[in-house]
Design a protein around this ligand. Structure first.
Ligand code: ASP
Ligand code: MG
Length: 416
């Protein structure tokens, strides 16, 4: 009998009616002969409420922040409630079930409170419960340090719990039930012709996730890739027996027979562009700028440097998250003398649009298609960056939709 992990997010367990629906989906898998571990999130909105309890003005004055161990004690509690409620529901349906908190399994993490990483999940206790025919209902998002303190895995972390459990108990698959029925070629709110992908590779999913196609927690995909756990993204808003749609399977590239060159078009409006003019053109300048930004924990994404007309001078443009933009400008401005540039400007009206596909590794002309499609629509490209399986361009934010639709068509994704 094979083991299966099913994970339900906050909207899927938002009230008792929905928890009963989850119960029916779990029961259907048990009836089909699966040994099931279920991972649940807190009810939708609950974690935000708990976080607000800890970071209110009064608490901040007491120095409570996410790196405090008591922050985790508070925010981990939402998952305890839903795990207990689902276990009760399953029992009422005549199934054998029990809840498991992170510390009871245990899900051992490091002690980086508020963003802990899973280090170990001994499979024995959980495996024995599953083999004994009991459904294990696991509180997502939470773990425990070797010293016995409760931790949480960072917002959205219950996807990571689910994949880690699937790896630990060697489940055949990790089914992530959510409020969308799979991963799409692009955002259907922008392009009505967006198609659900039957399969997508781990690497492509990682690029999609970090680019704002926020279906899965990035770390859960990294973990699935490291342990080769197939992950299926499914809609929870179906009844057992109803056609659930097949969802999207996130798996190894090798298992995708039908090869595409580009699998998806992603976009992000979270970036800001910072331009430095009249930089001295000599070794150590970039190191000075990006060293200072790194020391202040500012994440830099795209970078271009070019020579200015004037001999010995250069210009540089780079992007940072919008919320870091003002701070980044302050940091470079404070070092204007040391770095020796003439002027700095910031532009928040930009968007990053990317095309992603493992097929780029073996096909030429992918970038050309992108640039031509954008040129045909009169979209100007400000910055370009590439990786092995992704090409990103920074454009004027006003053209985001136009660019996404043009690229979706140019790579034949409309017709999939
Ligand atoms: N409840 C947690 C959060 O809202 C974890 C999760 O839902 O994945 O971030
Ligand atoms: Mg989530």
């Amino acid at each position: 009998m094979s083991r299966l992990v099913m994970k339900f997010g906050g909207t899927s367990v938002a009230d008792l009616e929905r928890i009963r629906r989850v119960g029916r989906l779990v029961a259907a898998e048990v009836e089909a002969g699966k040994k099931v571990a279920v991972v649940v999130s807190a009810m939708a909105g609950k974690t935000n409420e708990l976080v607000a309890w800890t970071d209110g003005a009064g608490a901040a004055a007491q120095g409570l922040d996410p790196s405090d161990d008591e922050y985790d004690t508070v925010v981990a509690s939402g998952e305890q409630v839903t795990a207990g409620l689902l276990a009760m529901t399953l029992r009422n349906m005549g199934l054998r079930a029990r809840s498991w908190m992170g510390w009871q399994i245990p899900i051992v993490t490091d002690d980086a409170h508020g963003r802990a990483r899973i280090e170990d999940i001994p499979p024995e206790k959980l495996g024995a419960a599953l083999d004994g025919g009991e459904v294990a209902v696991i509180a997502g998002f939470q773990g425990v340090t070797p010293g016995g303190r409760i931790t949480t895995l960072g917002r959205g972390g219950s996807d990571t719990t689910a994949v880690a459990i699937a790896a630990a108990v060697k489940a055949e698959c990790c089914d992530i039930y959510t409020d969308v029925d799979g991963v799409y070629t692009t955002d259907p709110r922008i392009e009505a012709k967006a198609r659900r992908l039957a399969k997508i590779s781990y690497e492509e999913m990682l690029e999609m996730a970090s680019l704002g196609a926020k279906v899965l927690h990035t770390r859960s995909v990294e973990m699935a890739m490291a342990h080769n756990v197939p992950v299926r993204v499914l809609s929870s808003f179906v009844e057992p027996g109803e056609a659930p749609g097949q969802g999207t399977i996130v798996c190894d590239e090798e298992e995708i027979v039908e090869k595409r060159i580009v699998s998806g078009v992603a976009y992000s409006r979270d970036e800001a562009k910072i331009s430095l003019f009249g930089l001295p053109d000599h070794p150590g300048v970039s190191s000075e700028i990006f060293g200072r930004l790194a020391d202040a924990n500012v994440n830099v994404d795209m970078i271009v440097q070019s020579h200015a007309r004037t001999e010995g001078a250069a210009n540089m443009e780079f992007t940072v998250g919008k919320r870091d933009a003002a701070r980044a400008v302050d940091i470079v401005r404070a070092a204007q003398k040391e770095i020796g540039f003439q002027d700095v400007a910031v532009d928040e009206d930009v968007a990053k649009v990317s095309v992603i596909g493992v097929g780029m590794r073996s096909h030429t002309g992918v970038a050309k298609t992108m640039f031509k499609a954008l040129a045909d629509k009169g979209v100007n490209i400000q910055v370009i960056s590439t990786s092995e399986i992704k090409i990103s361009v920074l454009i004027d934010a006003a053209y985001t939709e136009l660019a996404v639709r043009a690229l979706h068509a140019a790579y034949g994704l409309d017709a999939l």
